[in-house]
Design a protein around this ligand. Structure first.
Ligand SMILES: [Zn+2]
Length: 125
């Protein structure tokens, strides 16, 4: 007689989920979601600048969030309506240093302005 084992449950990797990942997938439910490319780019940028991206950005948001885009003036409300998420915090330092909690090192921007300024930094203006 053979005993059947549930191998899956014994596997240490079984059932492990990456919470940040599923958090980010939420946006896809938004009917206005279609910025997959931008999302990819943001990931690239965060890797580029070295870890702890989310940690420092949420910290900066707490201190320096203005409620509108400092470049085009779009409000947070409009940004959520269009992109399904709130305005981003942009680190203005070159090279980037997310650990600097200084008003001069951070800007509150909408997603499209954020992509434009990040691109300028990466490829030169
Ligand atoms: Zn903007």
């Amino acid at each position: 007689m053979k005993k059947s084992y549930n191998v899956g449950k014994q596997n240490p990797m079984f059932g492990k989920k990456r919470p940040e990942h599923s958090e980010k997938m939420k946006g896809e439910k938004n009917p206005f979601y279609g910025k997959k490319h931008s999302e990819e780019n943001l990931k690239k940028i965060s890797r580029f600048a070295g870890g702890c991206y989310d940690y420092w950005h949420s910290k900066a948001r707490k201190y320096f969030f203005t409620g509108y885009c400092e470049i085009c003036g779009k409000t947070n409300k409009d940004e959520i309506k269009e992109n399904g998420k709130s305005l981003s915090m942009h680190n203005t330092l070159v090279p980037k240093d997310y650990t600097v909690m200084n008003i001069n090192a951070w800007m509150c921007v909408c997603q499209s302005c954020h992509m434009i300024i990040e691109r300028k930094i990466q490829y030169g203006d």
